[in-house]
Ligand binder design. Structure first.
Ligand code: UD1
Length: 351
């Protein structure tokens, strides 16, 4: 059984990916500082597996509380894995801060966590001769285009510190790859807008404090925790005047990680950059209307000024990912609305 380390494995995308890895027979190690996540997410992952397969996989899930800013915390995981003869074969690196507005107010904190944290991780990976990594990047690295799908060869030019840290890590990984191309296997996955929740309603997105992103706000309005959605702009150059994004179900995204990992581990050493999105755009208004219809709830909204740094249209050209991985998103916006609402209703206060 292969051992995989997930940094930030208790977070939103991390916890869903833990589930997919365990379902696919991997042994996993998780390091998480829990500053933006909860231990309960991984307890619930085990509950889902117990219910579905009647198997207790507790021994395949090795948890470590730690922060990537402390190199010793990272080394402790690699050491432990070696001690129990389960050396880590690859890392999926989710850990990082992800709020655009916060990154503009606290750039040092973002660079320290996202960039310096990754340097520490890579140093320990080299020391333990682990040279396989899947990195959580973001579509935010792109310079956006008007009404055109973004593809991996498009120009990158992030407009905020959060995006700068993601692109900087991609560049660092490129240098590392070039230093030993016959040894490293690296995948940078550029996520579009991950949303929704596992169909069980036991794991989902649980932001601390008021969410910034659209989808968790929709579910909070639906359940009455917030009174309305403030739509950022009604005059974008789109058919209904609201912003268009590529919303991808978090389970499709997590399965994209498994496919990327399987691809890397079976192919020759290489570095790949892949868009993980659906290739389909949905406007803010369409998303709200779909959520109302599928779940039979009302989502009041009003229009406010455009949010600085926003764009009209951010949608993936996902043809490269589809062509090299045996992966394709299989869930649609309706599934996202249904599963996301189920998670909110079952967990009104998060974990
Ligand atoms: C945001 C980040 C992006 C990050 C991604 C995932 C910005 C500018 N971009 O993407 O870097 O990778 O989250 O965490 O913050 N909207 C409203 N009202 C709201 C919230 C959102 O109208 O209260 C609209 C936005 O204008 C946009 C759409 O909903 O058109 C989606 O917004 P959001 O969920 O914040 O994601 P992005 O901005 O695409």
């Amino acid at each position: 059984m292969k051992s995989i380390l997930l940094t930030g494995g208790a977070g939103f995308i991390g916890s869903h990916t833990c589930l997919s890895l365990l379902e696919n027979g991997y042994e996993i190690f998780v390091i998480d500082s829990y500053i933006n996540s909860s231990r309960k997410s991984l307890e619930n992952v085990l509950k889902i597996l117990k219910k579905k397969y009647n198997r207790n996989l507790k021994n395949s899930l090795n948890l470590f509380e730690g922060d990537l800013k402390n190199v010793r915390d990272i080394e402790a995981v690699f050491q432990k894995a070696n001690e129990v003869n389960k050396s880590i074969e690859a890392v999926i690196h989710f850990a990082g801060l992800k709020s655009v507005s916060e990154s503009m107010a606290y750039p040092l904190c973002y660079w320290e966590n996202n960039f310096y944290g990754t340097i520490n991780l890579l140093k320990i990976m080299e020391k333990y001769n682990c040279k396989n990594i899947v990195f959580s990047s973001s579509a935010t690295v792109y310079q956006t285009k008007i009404n055109q799908l973004l593809n991996e060869r498009d120009k990158c030019s992030p407009v905020n510190p959060y995006g700068q840290t993601k692109l900087a890590v991609e560049k660092l990984l490129k240098d590392i790859y070039k230093s030993a191309p016959s040894e490293w296997r690296i995948a940078c996955l550029r996520y579009f807008n991950p949303v929704g929740a596992h169909e069980s309603g036991l794991i989902g997105e649980a932001p601390f404090g008021k969410p910034n992103n659209l989808f968790p706000q929709i579910t909070k309005v639906a359940i009455g925790i917030m009174s309305e959605i403030k739509i950022f702009g009604s005059d974008w150059p789109t058919p209904d005047g609201t912003g268009i994004r590529d919303y991808i179900h978090v389970m499709d995204l997590s399965e994209g990680h498994i496919s990327s990992l399987n691809y890397l581990l079976k192919e020759k050493p290489q570095m790949i950059t892949l868009n993980l999105g659906t290739g389909k755009g949905t406007s803010v208004k369409e998303f709200i209307r779909t959520f109302e219809k599928i779940n039979n709830v009302e989502i009041p909204f009003s229009f406010v000024e455009r949010r600085p740094g926003d764009n009209a249209f951010v949608v993936a050209d996902n043809s490269f990912a589809k062509s090299i991985l045996s992966w394709e998103p299989s869930r649609n916006i309706e599934d996202i609305c249904r599963n996301g609402w189920n998670w909110q209703v079952m967990n009104p206060d998060g974990y």
